[in-house]
Design a protein around this ligand. Sequence first.
Ligand SMILES: Cc1cc2nc3c(=O)[nH]c(=O)nc-3n(C[C@H](O)[C@H](O)[C@H](O)COP(=O)(O)O)c2cc1C
Length: 317
Amino acid sequence: MNFYFAPMEGLTGYIYRNAHHAFFNNIDKYFSPFIIANQSESFKTKELNDILPENNEGLVLVPQLLTNNAKDFIHTSKKMKQMGYNEINLNLGCPSGTVVSKHRGSGFLSKRDELDAFLDEIFTSSITKISVKTRIGKDQPEEFYDLIEIFNKYPIEELIIHPRIQKDFYKNKPNMKIFKEALILSKNPVCYNGDIVTVEDYKNFSADFPSVGTLMLGRGLLANPGLISDINNNIKLDKNTLKDFHDKIYEDYKRVLFGDRNVLFKMKELWFYMISVFSDNAKYAKKIKKSERLYDYEEAVSSLFKEQDVIILTRVV
Ligand SMILES: Cc1cc2nc3c(=O)[nH]c(=O)nc-3n(C[C@H](O)[C@H](O)[C@H](O)COP(=O)(O)O)c2cc1C
């Protein structure tokens, strides 16, 4: 099985990605959180830092673009190609209201003629390989039948399917019935994404879909960054490794971010997921969330590691 780390805005930027690669080294491709392709000739500093080759040494990174404008996709692709990237991922999944109202992300799925024309233009220009990360529709799962006909017209490097509709956000269950159809209907290679958060989820998925060779994981990996070592080699996440991993991320954020508040904000976002691998974690989660100074944060984290065990059985989604 190939494993991809899902793009997660605010969470899986280069600081996190590098630490994950250094400690676990088992991801075939990392995907950058989306970068909005627009008319601007230059990237924003934050976006540029995230994809600069020198900030991503030794790992495979696929930058992701969010746009519904083919010209913007193409000129941004050219810049990415100059940086050394040979694959770009198109975001057709983002469910957020501000994105969808502009008919981007999963909002683009309801504009099928425009989507078809957009894909035609970007595939004709053929700057890099293009993979697509998509939901199965905006309002109805059945939209997927029209969408797959459009996707099948283009040589998509990989069609990464998160089988929810925009309206689901991250609620409800992935629609495995439509995913099964997708495997039959897609002319392009398919990667599955959604709700694989335990070894058991992985085993169940593999038993149900033995032909799928690529999985993308997001929240499950943020909760248990060692999940793939467990899946592949039965190596359980070890508390000391998790502590060192945490410390590396924390130190790197302190180094690159301006101000304690920004560091704390980033760390708290990560703990939203990571706390679930600890026993009896409620009290510590609260302390971490409430901490307003680095000192309080460090104390909360240190007591969590000292007093609790890594147990990995809680579902995070
Ligand atoms: C906080 C958050 C940020 C996300 N940011 C992105 C993003 O930038 N690009 C994208 O394609 N998907 C994004 N996603 C969706 C994830 O990549 C993934 O599709 C989703 O979490 C389902 O997979 P999982 O169940 O393995 O987490 C985000 C999801 C969350 C919860």
